[in-house]
Design a protein around this ligand. Sequence first.
Ligand SMILES: [Zn+2]
Length: 205
Amino acid sequence: MKGFVIGLHRARNEDMIALVLSPTEIRSYYRFFGARHSILQLGHLIDFETEGEQGHFMPRLRSLSHMGFGWLHDHNRVLVWHNFVNRFRDHLKDLDTVERFYYDLLLDAALKWGRQNPKRIVCESYIELLKFEGRLHHENFCHICETPLGEQVALMQAFIPAHTECIYAPPLDKEKLFRFFESGRATHYEDSEIEYLYEVVMKGF
Ligand SMILES: [Zn+2]
């Protein structure tokens, strides 16, 4: 089975508990001496088998291998990847089964991660996620005061538009933003604007 390690914490001694997102489920697994295992890292795509599925305790990971990506040696890209993966963990951690969409979204992102600004990939992936969950607020009114938006807007968590003065946040051009909402592509944004959008995503899915 394949899955992304989207959460990892130390159990007793050097054992680790890994939260793994596979195409159909999200589960915690135990790994003895996992802290010594270089494969078991946050954000890694692992191939694995399990044992102890019928026991009273958490199932254990075995036959671990790691599907590497070229960008894993790039410290800055890895940092952004960890941030992205952590948002998935916060968003999905209380579920048992998940739709394949989330695994595919992460896999798509990982395959592009070395070739583009990863923060741009985060923003575009997040639009896909909002559309998938039916949560994209593509409406011409402010979420706070419910009156029409102007040419400049600010963004709340979950890319919800509002007046800049209603949420005390810096402005974005509305036409550009709505173009982004429609196309899902952020190629018309400068890196500085991507930074703004990325910070909004980092507030949580
Ligand atoms: Zn308002």
